[in-house]
Design a protein around this ligand. Structure first.
Ligand SMILES: O=C(O)CCC(=O)C(=O)O
Ligand SMILES: [Fe+2]
Length: 222
């Protein structure tokens, strides 16, 4: 049954990625792109024993997944919450379990690759008071040695990159080096304003010294 599930989910993953990448002007998912998007897919089995006081337990703390996408199969007990985007105060929406339905999360890798067009979803999971819960997420992720960054097709229009190229293994290790803390992890791949200023200032200095015309600004990832 598990193998059959994996086979079917694999087809679903490929179909979903095709649609999602089309929006980024990536029309063909070749072998290289496949390794970048789904080179290392992992299945986790989460068990939450019942707990008399769920609000006092950590459960799975607030985080976004460091995957490209996550396909989540949950049982019918409930306990997954997503953060309402843009709310000033913490506001969580319960994701009710639906029969024969899967939950699809956008992960950080897709946010980075799309230069922020797609947004990874912040979520958390709490145990139940009266019964245990099982969830089975499939994390669709790049190979450890893949470089993740905004795709050239996304930047074709002249859009400035918000994220730099990072090794997926470094991103992965960074995520697991700290307790979960919302969407802070993605800052690891962000191009910082100070980095842009330094590059811009150095261009101005070159112009002043040599009387050259200003080169088009380029953002170098460090
Ligand atoms: O148990 C759930 O519903 C979510 C678990 C989760 O977010 C995770 O394992 O990353
Ligand atoms: Fe998660």
């Amino acid at each position: 049954e598990a193998i059959e599930y994996i086979k079917r989910v694999d087809l679903l993953i490929k179909r979903l990625l095709q649609v999602l990448m089309k929006r980024l002007n990536v029309k063909d998912i070749d072998k290289m792109m496949e390794r970048l998007l789904m080179g290392a897919t992992r299945l986790h089995f989460n068990y939450y024993p019942k707990c008399p006081n769920p609000e006092l337990t950590a459960g799975v703390g607030r985080h976004s997944d460091i995957s490209t996408i996550t396909i989540l199969l949950q049982d019918d007990s409930g306990g997954l919450y997503v953060r309402r985007e843009g709310s000033e105060f913490d506001s969580w929406i319960h994701v009710p379990p639906a029969t024969d339905a899967l939950v699809i999360n956008i992960g950080d890798v897709l946010q980075i690759m799309s230069n922020g067009l797609y947004k990874s979803v912040e979520h958390r999971a709490l145990p139940n008071k009266n019964r245990s819960r099982i969830s089975i997420p499939t994390f669709v992720s790049p190979e450890p040695d893949a470089l993740i960054g905004p795709q050239p097709q996304v930047l074709e229009t002249g859009e400035k990159p918000t994220y730099k190229q990072v090794l997926y293994l470094d991103y992965f290790n960074h995520f697991f080096s700290k307790p979960p803390d919302g969407k802070k992890v993605i800052e690891f791949a962000k191009i910082l304003l100070s980095q842009i200023n330094v590059i811009w200032l150095s261009e101005v200095l070159v112009v002043k010294e040599k009387n050259f015309t200003l080169l088009p600004p380029c953002i170098i990832s460090t």
